[in-house]
Design a protein around this ligand. Structure first.
Ligand code: PHE
Length: 341
């Protein structure tokens, strides 16, 4: 029995010394120390020993068990260390390999122009409003003094949702004037950028969807001089000091008097060229003093309050700002174009 134990110990230690993986290790554990293992088998024979032999054999068996357990533990640690070593090796990062540069995008040029406009107006104390693109014809037209039969209300110009022409895609940001008058305290200074929709064919200067920025001031003793001063400031900050403007009489149902503002052509400086179609000037926006009827319809007394409003085309502004020749480039999202800004 003594020899049996000694042989077992030698065998076990040799096997554990050479063990290659966790599964083999487990097998050895079961083989030597398990309930049906070799050590148990030896211990079962203890009954056959005499009372004198038993304690010495018991002590020896315990010693063998302890030795095998220690060897198991050592082998298990060795396996773990080897595994970690392998993992670290496999996951080594070579920090000297040149990286792949991430391709960073940036704001769309039209939104750069919009951010500039916002910044200029916020700097003058204006609040920026957001409003719905699906709008009531009542706000897009009636409350802006464009009554039934007005040409802009025609089905050939406007996207309606219903047969009664009551719900539509807004054709201008001007209904935001009404929404502001309905919800804001007087005096007020607001701008309201957003998409507008008209049934236009796509060409170099037209799109059925485009963007406007509406602006409006209502206060006491507001005059056309304030309008001109503010818009000249806008143009100067957008296009540089000394950029010349001109105000031409025009007509809008919701302003009186109404005007359009042109800027001097950036290409020819006013002499006339293909960009400005020989005019020397490029139209930038519509504006005017808010019609007293429009104020009245929103419950504002035109004898106490006065105001002005403007609507500027954002694509056109960006095109001039970044010298873009064709409107379609703004919407096509060709990265080769967009990357230039
Ligand atoms: N809404 C007008 C347009 O789309 C522009 C405008 C806005 C004119 C505000 C006057 C005042 O043409």
């Amino acid at each position: 029995m003594k020899e049996q134990l000694a042989r077992m110990r030698a065998e076990a230690l040799a096997a554990l010394e050479a063990v290659k993986d966790a599964a083999a290790l487990d097998e050895l554990r079961v083989k030597y120390l398990g309930k049906k293992g070799e050590l148990t088998a030896v211990l079962k024979q203890m009954g056959r020993l005499s009372a004198e032999e038993r304690p010495a054999m018991g002590a020896l068996a315990n010693e063998v068990r302890a030795a095998v357990e220690t060897a198991l533990e050592t082998a298990s640690k060795k396996l773990e260390e080897a595994a970690l070593e392998r993992k670290l090796k496999a996951e080594t990062v070579d920090v000297t390999i040149p990286g792949k540069t991430a391709h960073m995008g940036h704001r769309h040029p039209m939104y750069m122009a919009l951010d500039e406009i916002k910044e200029i107006f916020v700097g003058m104390g204006f609040t920026v409003l957001d409003g719905p693109e699906v709008e009531l014809a009542e706000l897009n037209f009636d409350r802006l003094n464009a009554e039934e039969g007005h040409p802009s209300r025609d089905w050939s110009d406007t996207f309606y949702f219903d047969a009664d022409s009551r719900v539509m895609l807004r054709s201008q940001t001007s209904p935001m004037q009404v929404r502001a008058m309905e919800t804001m305290e007087l005096p007020m200074r607001i701008i309201a950028p957003g998409r507008v929709y008209r049934k236009d064919e796509v060409d170099a200067t037209h799109s059925p969807m485009f963007h406007q920025v509406e602006g409006m001031v209502i206060d006491k003793n507001v005059t056309m001089a304030d309008l001109k001063g503010t818009l000249n400031k806008l143009v100067e900050q957008l296009y540089g000091p000394g950029t010349r403007t001109r105000f031409r009489p025009h007509h809008f149902p919701f302003t009186e008097p109404s005007c359009e503002m042109d800027v001097q052509c950036h290409k020819c400086g006013g002499a006339g060229c293909p960009t400005c179609k020989g005019e020397g000037w490029i139209e930038l926006l519509g504006a005017g003093m808010i019609h007293p009827t429009v104020l009245e319809m929103s419950g504002i007394d035109p004898n106490v309050w006065s105001g002005w409003a403007f609507g500027i085309g954002l694509e056109r502004t960006a095109m001039r700002r970044f010298k873009i020749a064709d409107l379609r480039l703004i919407f096509e999202n060709d990265v080769r174009f967009l990357e230039q800004f």
